[in-house]
Design a protein around this ligand. Structure first.
Ligand code: LAC
Length: 355
């Protein structure tokens, strides 16, 4: 068996195992993939300022998100169509996340229902990642199902009124197989094979701030807005009652040319000013990446591709191991920074690299 010491090892193995179309869809970004590369590059633009002699004999990475205790400040991000990567799809990811002591956001384009996932991983903190269909009845049913299955929050992705052009997918002719189960979307989509952009055309681009209220009341759940990149929208999010915002550019898959998430995190965190929780996603591959995000104002990060690489390589066990690698790397980073818990990380622990 090949050595798996890092998320990068899983990334290489996942690329070897997946079909070109599946790999293009999972790994790719939009346009020139400039933002996709920036997300990763930004982590190298911040360096650490460690403190010494801090008594780091006991270290915990545990924290809470929206009041739910988790063992590490890394929640599994929503990733669509997971049966493409493993026959058990989201159920395997859920069991891996539960084993690692964290939660998981489940895509509207999930291949398993919230109920099936809850049965596969009892006690897992599940979030419902919502896209709003033009047919609001479909979305109402989705939210009701999520609430009934015990989901603890609705994550509304706000950066995708239209799916961006993903040239990698188009070059290899990637299509969603027509027999892929999609409990929240298949009835609306029908059973012709389609590329993701066709499926997204059924979503409602008219969604606006006015819709937040019914989304919150329909599911009776706190709302997390994923895709906030400016102080202006952070302020609007708080004013409209969002429980949390995710500083996200959709993993470099939507508007190419926006900044790396790590670079805009301080602006958003300052605007939110502690009135909601702030998370970050995009490019997380190392525990040190998590530490930098926390130092710059995130309470937790969401990681999508990293656990998905684990899923593609080794199912539940791969997801658990990827999360465990991030946990162990974060523990080491905290120790060497002179911190005993995520709460102790501050902006004084990082600085912009000078070269
Ligand atoms: C994507 C959608 C499914 O990024 O969120 O492909």
């Amino acid at each position: 068996m090949s050595v798996r010491l890092s998320v990068a090892d899983y990334e290489r193995l996942a690329e070897e195992r997946l079909e070109p179309g599946q790999w293009a869809y999972l790994a790719g970004g939009s346009g020139d993939e400039w933002t996709l590369r920036e997300n990763s590059a930004a982590f190298a633009r911040w360096t650490f300022r460690p403190r010494v002699l801090c008594d780091v004999s006991e270290i915990s990475t545990a924290t809470t998100v929206l009041g739910t205790p988790i063992e590490l400040p890394v929640v599994v991000a929503p990733v669509a169509y997971q049966q493409l990567y493993h026959p058990d799809g989201e159920c395997a990811t859920a069991r891996g996340a539960a084993a690692a002591g964290t939660g998981m956001a489940v895509s509207t384009f999930s291949t398993r229902s919230h109920e099936e996932i809850a049965a596969a991983a009892p006690g897992l903190a599940q979030w419902c990642k919502l896209y709003v269909f033009q047919d609001r009845g479909v979305t109402r049913e989705h939210l009701a199902g999520a609430a009934a299955a015990g989901c603890r929050a609705v994550v509304l992705t706000v950066d995708t009124p239209r799916l961006a052009q993903r040239e990698r997918d188009l070059r290899v002719g990637f299509e969603i197989p027509s027999d892929l189960p999609l409990p929240y979307a298949r009835a609306t989509i029908g059973d012709a094979p389609q590329n993701p952009a066709d499926q997204f055309a059924l979503l409602d681009p008219s969604v606006s701030w006015r819709d937040l209220e019914w989304i919150a009341s329909e599911g009776g759940l706190p709302v997390v807005l994923k895709g906030v990149l400016t102080a202006e929208d952070a302020e609007m999010a708080v004013e409209h009652g969002a429980a949390a915002v995710v500083v996200s550019n959709h993993g470099g898959r939507q508007l190419d040319g926006v900044s790396a998430t790590l670079d805009v995190l301080p602006e958003v965190a300052d605007a939110v000013g502690g009135r909601a929780e702030v998370y970050l996603d995009g490019g997380i591959r190392r525990g040190t990446d998590v530490a930098k995000a926390l130092a710059l104002g995130a309470r937790a990060v969401l990681a999508g591709r990293a656990p998905a690489f684990g899923l593609a390589v080794a199912g539940e066990e791969g997801v658990r191991h990827v999360l465990e690698l991030l946990h162990d790397e974060l523990t080491l980073a905290l120790c060497l920074l002179g911190c005993t818990s995520p709460d102790e990380l501050t902006r004084a622990h990082v600085q912009r690299a000078t070269t």
